[in-house]
Design a protein around this ligand. Structure first.
Ligand code: ADP
Length: 394
């Protein structure tokens, strides 16, 4: 079966077409600047790439262009859309309604809609992608794979906030966690490498958005992101954990509204806010190397918080067998991995510097005698979506 994976953002759309007989990627690409001037489709059919600039006013048009590109007689990879057996959609917030992937029905779409208030920036775009595909490919099964689903196994003491309990009952305020598809994929790979399905694993998804998860015997038991992706680690532009009292303080000092402060916490904070250089860790590492002290501070603070979570999850799981680094920074920054691991000697971690310097492969970066193993595992959320979709669509 061929499966089309769609990941819709508010103004962008990423896609991959898988051939599930061997899980190969036949084509992939992205549409950028949907609804904005300068919109473009970048299509990669195996080798090479095709760029199509056009007015792409909405997600319907974006999906229509993707389907045209996939079936085009020059750069297409299928003869007709009938060859595509199912579509898998990434959906950010499944709330408490979804603890696994599902085939989309009107009732499922309604439940995703009901979670819009929990993820106002993400779920509407995901819904637009689902509706566009349903319209353009009637009769093709559509499935949803949720960022939150893997974390639904967390025990109540990990997901309840210490607020009046009725807020949980009335408004569903609780920790949900995100990046679940990634934490699931890399933890499963770690279990395969460890050959121990009972292991305690801490997965560090360190990208522009960043989160850590505690995975015990294959189940997520805690994670750093909360009701929204703002909580937890310091991120590219998000503050992560802070004292909630400072929101009122900042509102008074800066004469800002709640939403202005919220905007600062989401878009102007994190390593961007600290360094004043960039939200991209490559720029910050370069600046720190050139002696920029605030860039150095941003990296030190980031490593400090990652270590703090690893320590906390080691305590709550009563041990850890393996730590996994994944996503843009986790997969590529040997220096950040070293900075985090050097501070974890109490776990008996012995880093193999040569292996840590390698890039782009799934690898154990600790020495054989290291008490806790550390892996770099490139994440593959699209493959999880394609697999779940293929399983649901048969
Ligand atoms: P997201 O999907 O959340 O946008 P990614 O997982 O793609 O994020 O990670 C993007 C981040 O990874 C970039 O902001 C950059 O800081 C970091 N990154 C990518 N490559 C490198 C590298 N070679 N060295 C350091 N950081 C890197």
């Amino acid at each position: 079966m061929k499966v089309l994976v769609i990941n819709c953002g508010s103004s962008s759309l990423k896609y991959q077409l898988f051939d599930m007989t061997d899980e190969s990627v036949l084509a992939k690409g992205l549409v950028e600047r949907i609804g904005l001037p300068g919109s473009i489709l970048i299509h990669r059919p195996g080798e090479g790439k095709v760029e199509i600039e056009a007015e792409i006013e909405n997600h319907d048009k974006a999906i229509a262009m993707v389907l045209d590109a996939l079936t085009d007689k020059n750069h297409g990879v299928v003869q007709s859309l009938d060859e595509i057996g199912a579509c898998g959609h990434r959906v950010v917030h499944g709330g408490e309604a979804f603890s696994s992937s599902v085939a989309i029905s009107p009732a499922v779409l309604e439940a995703i809609q009901a979670n819009v208030e929990l993820a106002p920036l993400h779920n509407p775009a995901n819904i637009m992608g689902i509706e566009a595909c349903t319209k353009l490919m009637p009769g093709t099964p559509q499935c949803a794979v949720f960022d939150t689903a893997f974390h639904q196994t967390m025990p109540a003491e990990a997901y309840i906030y210490a607020l009046p309990y009725e807020y949980y009952e009335k408004y569903r305020i609780r920790r949900y966690g995100f990046h679940g598809t990634s934490h699931y994929y890399v933890s499963q790979r770690a279990y395969a490498l460890l050959q121990n399905p009972q292991a305690k694993v801490i997965t560090c998804h360190l990208g522009n958005g960043a989160s850590v998860a505690a995975v015990n015997a294959g189940r997520s038991v805690d994670t750093s992101m909360g009701m929204t992706p703002l909580e937890g680690l310091v991120m590219g532009t998000r503050s992560g954990d802070l004292d909630p009292a400072l929101i009122e303080f900042l509102m008074n000092k800066e004469q800002q509204s709640v939403s202005e402060v919220n905007d600062t916490l989401n878009k102007k904070s994190g390593v961007l806010g600290i360094s004043g250089v960039s939200s991209d860790f490559r720029d910050i590492e370069t600046a720190a190397g050139e002696g920029n002290e605030r860039a150095r501070l941003a990296l030190d603070l980031f490593a400090h918080v990652v270590k703090k979570y690893i320590g906390a999850y080691t305590a709550t799981m009563d041990g850890v067998d393996a730590i996994v680094f994944t996503a843009g920074l986790g997969e590529n920054s040997a220096s950040m991995r070293k900075q985090v691991c050097d501070g974890l000697r109490f776990l008996g971690i012995l880093l193999d510097e040569e292996k840590n310097a390698l890039r782009g492969t799934e690898i154990e970066i600790t020495k054989p005698e290291s008490k806790t193993k550390v892996f770099v595992i490139p994440t593959n959320e699209e493959l999880v979506i394609a697999r779940d979709t293929a399983n649901l669509a048969v």
